[in-house]
Design a protein around this ligand. Structure first.
Ligand SMILES: *Cc1c(COP(=O)(O)O)cnc(C)c1O
Length: 376
């Protein structure tokens, strides 16, 4: 059996090696390393894939969120609501821009932001909502957009984990994750569903004025060369990464399909188990399984992880500590016990290996090893 990895980037590379090697060498010999044609080509191909008017490539997913929030013209002290159960980057940029992160609990089944709790958290100071499409499926965007309209708020979608997934509206129509709110943000970190071979990110919008502003902020606030209208940042996707992303974008749907097949096999093996809750699919989203995350009931998670490690199976805990209990984000408003769902998830979730190259032998071995321990 092939060695089991959390993410198997090597086998995935070997599958597209010739194309990737040629594309990278072409960029190297072209010397168009920054803002070369590969970046523009990738940009327009991603616009087409997502069916969105503007894609602004940038240096990473955290920058995408930062540039997005800078472009909205928020002022220090403005409140921005996000989910407590997420990667730190989502809240980090809010705090970094001296905005006030307002945390909201998530739903126990889909792990999406709890829209009822979200509405309760809205105050006259609230300016934006940052829903996170966690683990590969969309948050309840239709309900979130209704609230945004009612309270006149911006919506910045964090779709770093869900690129390629579709939001399904009540009328049956669909839109790609990240193209529904005011702005969408994603990451091309190597282990993401659309990953490059270094750092990368992108911002999406259908608003022409915002697109120009986002582009300007990502480029030192510059309108014309050496003319700086506002304080910006330097955040670029480099041409080598763009060339790799063009090749991988063509595979994205089949990559996401491979993840779904692996997830279905896992879920079948754990079906109706009294101590294992398999991922719950929301009615309003397709899933691209950035992570395959189980919730354990009355089981010793640390001992299970040790048992997996002893059998050379990696696993992950996303996320072990809620944001409000992180030292950097402690706030007198929040205490232990304030976010019961997030706090419970941080203690009971475990993510199994999930990538595009998992084979049946590996999945069987992983599920048997989990069940051996749980049923013991
Ligand atoms: C990965 C990730 C980010 C940050 O992306 P980087 O490219 O690593 O900066 C932001 N939000 C979420 C939810 C992520 O998973």
């Amino acid at each position: 059996m092939k060695k089991i990895q959390m993410v198997d980037l090597k086998s995935q590379y070997q599958d597209i090696q010739e194309d990737v090697d040629n594309a990278v060498l072409d960029v190297v010999s072209s010397t168009a390393y920054i803002n070369g044609p590969e970046v523009k080509n990738f940009q327009s191909e991603l616009e087409k894939y997502l069916d969105v008017d503007h894609v602004i490539p940038c240096a990473n997913g955290t920058d995408a969120l930062q540039v997005a929030m800078m472009a909205l013209g928020l002022k220090p002290g403005d409140e921005v609501i996000t989910a407590n159960f997420t990667y730190v980057a989502t809240a980090e940029v809010i705090a970094l821009l001296q905005l006030k992160p307002v945390l909201v609990d998530v739903l126990p089944d889909t792990f999406d932001i709890d829209v009822q709790a979200l509405e309760k958290a809205i105050t006259p100071k609230t300016k934006a909502i940052v829903p996170v499409h966690l683990f590969g499926q969309c948050a309840n965007m239709e309900a979130i957009m209704d609230l945004a309209k009612k309270y006149n708020l911006f919506v910045v979608e964090d779709t770093a984990q869900a690129i390629g997934s579709d939001y399904i509206f009540k009328d049956g129509s669909q839109k790609k994750a990240g193209t529904i709110g005011t702005i969408g943000c994603t990451s091309f970190f190597p282990s993401k569903n659309l990953g490059c071979y270094g750092d990368g990110g992108a911002i999406f919008t259908n608003n022409d004025v915002l697109a120009a502003k986002l582009r300007k902020i990502a480029n030192h606030g510059q309108s014309v060369q050496y003319v700086h209208d506002e304080v910006g940042v330097n955040s670029r996707l480099d041409s080598i990464q763009a060339a790799i992303l063009r090749i991988k974008l063509r595979q994205l749907d089949s990559y996401n399909k491979a993840r779904n097949i692996a997830a279905a096999k896992y879920s079948e093996a754990f079906k109706n188990h009294p101590k294992i809750v398999t991922p719950v699919k929301a009615s309003y989203s397709t899933h691209v399984f950035h992570q395959y995350t189980l919730k354990l009931i009355n089981s010793n998670r640390d001992a299970l992880r040790q048992h997996l490690t002893d059998n050379n199976i990696p696993s992950g805990i996303y996320y072990p500590i809620p944001l409000h209990l992180q030292k950097a984000y402690t706030d007198p408003r929040y205490n232990s016990g304030d976010f019961p769902v997030t706090e419970d998830l941080c203690e009971t979730v475990i993510s199994l290996p999930m990538h595009t190259e998992l084979d049946d032998e590996q999945i069987d071995f992983i599920t048997k090893t989990v069940l051996d321990f749980i049923d013991d």
